[in-house]
Design a protein around this ligand. Structure first.
Ligand code: NDP
Length: 231
């Protein structure tokens, strides 16, 4: 079964590959990115697949988010994928935290996915599949933290995990499932060249996880290979 997927941060990395794979499967792809002029690969994908539509969206610009909601009116969205993410400064250890950067990372990784869910939940509720997925990260798992540090990025993903859990409870009555995803350590600008897997492999796994999600898996934190990650 195909449907409609909205993907944020879709101009490069995991988001772009997600657009490619869903478009190839015949899905309607609402590909959002914050600067369409810099999205050459995405524009090329649209040339190949008329079922890909492009939208300008900086996920931290809530005026733009409201305008997109208006543009999509009551269009059903089967999967709302909050993929956009910002790492912030690298190597943030104790005593070296930039508070302004921390706020920026929290805005993009934590508050924006919540705002996307609040803004588009009616569109998701009107769809067949009714799934909201949030690209989290294993480094947001408290159980997995054995090395310390990473205060900014880690805390933004831990906080969004808590949001996923609350949304899964609050939106359950509307038949909406909400999951947190870990894509693996992926070779993208964020993951770097030493990462373990390609975006193709990660996305193939994540796609299966999302398509297999049912109400019973809502409120869970799931790896790209389908295994569960402890909070
Ligand atoms: P990239 O850095 O390659 O891509 C990040 C994407 O997010 C870009 O499209 C970027 O747009 C977009 N983005 C950032 N801030 C905003 C914003 N305010 N509004 C709209 N778009 C924005 O990262 P990945 O593809 O690797 O990461 C995708 C997701 O996966 C992220 O949430 C990341 O945290 C998560 N993740 C990645 C891992 C990895 O190993 N790669 C591991 C664990 C989690 P622009 O080009 O305009 O900057």
């Amino acid at each position: 079964m195909s449907g409609t997927i909205l993907i944020t941060g879709s101009n490069r990395g995991i988001g772009l590959e997600m657009c490619r794979q869903f478009a190839a499967d015949g899905w309607h792809v609402l590909a959002c990115c914050r600067d369409l002029h810099k999205a050459a690969d995405l524009r090329a994908l649209r040339e190949e697949h008329p079922n890909v539509r492009l939208f300008q969206l900086d996920v931290t610009d809530y005026g733009q988010m409201a305008a997109l909601h208006k543009a999509l009116k009551h269009e059903p969205i089967d999967i709302l994928l909050n993929n956009a993410g910002y790492y912030g400064p690298k190597g943030v250890s104790f005593g070296k935290v930039d508070r302004d950067e921390w706020r920026r990372v929290l805005e993009a990784n934590t508050i924006a996915p919540y705002m996307m869910a609040e803004t588009f939940c009616d569109n998701v509720a009107a769809s067949e599949r009714r799934l909201i997925a949030v690209m989290s990260s294993k480094v947001g798992s408290i159980a997995d933290n054995s090395s310390g540090g990473g205060y900014i990025y880690r805390s933004s993903k831990t906080a969004v995990n808590q949001i996923v859990k609350s949304l899964s409870i609050d939106l359950c009555d509307r038949g909406i499932s909400v999951i947190a995803l870990h894509p693996g350590w992926v070779k993208t600008a964020m993951g770097g060249p030493n990462a373990l897997i390609s975006a193709e492999e990660s996305v193939a796994g994540l796609k299966k996880v999302m398509l297999d999600t049912r109400a019973e898996n809502s409120g869970h934190f799931i790896n790209y290979d389908g295994s569960e990650i402890p909070w």
